[in-house]
Unconditional design. Sequence first.
Length: 155
Amino acid sequence: MATTKINTPNTLRKPAIIEDITTEELSLVRSYLLLTFIHKVFERDCRVISKSGLFKTPQLYMELISSGAKKTSLMLNEVTRELTSHELRITTVRQDQNGVEASYSCRGYKGEMNILWPSFRKEMLLRMRAYLGLATELSILSREESITEQLALSI
């Protein structure tokens, strides 16, 4: 916990206590990033399936992916509400060849979160499988690591 003095031109106020960001709040930032990226991937995949002409029953696959997108959207709305209730604001989100970086402010405290692609992709894939109602066992995921690498190219 840090203390800070707030100086104004005419008065000197008592020190205000600013709490550092908690692990729960950091988890909210991480969830916001993951849900945002997952939602974009689901939306993109629906568009690709509908326009590809490669599927005999594209509606079936689009329905599955759309249900995942709806779950993601609902969760993203909830996380956004939680961010607001914690006075936490994500100011910028950037991605590069190394990973995803977010700048945030929380009750006057400013910080950054950096997540490298391997970790980000692995968690995205786990969550996407859960939102689609698929198995999330690690034994299944280890066989799908090449899919994770392909996912980075589509983000």
